[in-house]
Design a protein around this ligand. Structure first.
Ligand code: ATP
Length: 256
């Protein structure tokens, strides 16, 4: 916490683990117990790290940054996809400032460097009717992995900040920068609405105005990623000219 200049994020309780199954899981338990907004869970290693939709997140010891934050925004549950987009802008900015790596955002919330994933962001929502009880924002940043630290099947699609720059990343410093940047953008979003954040998101996006393939468990579409709507949904122009609206919770996107 030393040197952390936030008001909320990481200023209440910090749970630090050497090894944990998943920071998201602990944060969810704390959220359930009524912890304050900004409660932070970090770990040196996750044995059961998860990304979006329960997908496995490779989390080797001492190499990456694995963090989860409990948030309690007074918004409608439908707006939660916006929070992950707020986080992707915030983390891309922090990564750029701290390491010089210019990461692009792949909708909805992966950060890519030279087309490979360097950071994944997830949000798990707990809501009652039309109000958010809490949500857990999770981020996994590939900081100091070498290619051999990734499972074989990820070596063509994953990268780390160290691979990109050739320099070791100070993980504590980058974590602080991410928390500060996230607090800044989160506050901007709460006070000023999604519009401000969305324009920055679009500037950093690498998956807009290009052909993409989208798939859910049992359906896929190819088309032109035309725009993002006010709820953070992707507007996909299909070959027959129709517009398909896709909500981030359900789908995966491939750049084609
Ligand atoms: P994608 O669109 O890339 O399929 P997603 O956005 O749907 O992924 P995420 O939860 O963001 O899903 O990421 C999980 C996926 O990312 C895993 O299925 C795996 O392919 C890949 N992955 C797992 N760990 C890492 C890692 N440390 N770095 C980069 N990619 C990873």
């Amino acid at each position: 916490r030393e040197g952390l200049s936030t008001r909320i994020m990481g200023q209440n309780k910090i749970f630090y683990y050497s090894t944990i199954s998943s920071t998201n899981k602990i944060a969810q338990e704390e959220g359930q117990r009524g912890c304050a907004e900004g409660t932070l869970v970090v770990a040196e290693e996750q044995t059961g790290g998860r990304g979006r939709l329960g997908r496995v997140w490779s989390s080797p010891r001492y190499k990456g940054i694995f963090l989860s934050l409990v948030l309690r925004p007074l918004v409608n549950p439908a707006q939660v996809a916006q929070v992950t987009m707020v986080a992707s802008v915030a983390l891309a900015m922090a990564i750029r400032t701290e390491t010089g790596v210019v990461a692009g955002i792949k909708w909805p919330n992966d950060l890519l460097a030279h087309g490979k994933k360097v950071c994944g962001i997830s949000a798990d929502l707990n809501a009652e009717m039309d109000r958010v009880n809490y949500l857990v924002l999770g981020a996994g940043i590939n900081a100091n992995q070498q290619p051999e630290d990734f499972p074989v099947e990820l070596r063509d699609t994953a990268t780390s900040l160290k691979i990109e720059t050739g320099r070791r990343v100070d993980r504590a410093k980058l974590t602080r920068a991410c928390l500060e940047s996230f607090e800044h953008w989160y506050t901007l979003w709460l006070d000023g609405g999604f519009g401000t954040v969305l324009s920055s998101w679009k500037e950093m996006s690498v998956s807009l105005n290009c052909p993409v393939r989208i798939h859910t468990l049992n359906k896929s579409w190819e088309g032109w990623a035309e725009d993002i709507d006010v709820d953070g949904a992707l507007l996909l122009r299909l070959p027959n000219g129709e517009m398909q609206r896709l909500v981030s919770g359900e789908v995966s996107l491939r750049l084609t």
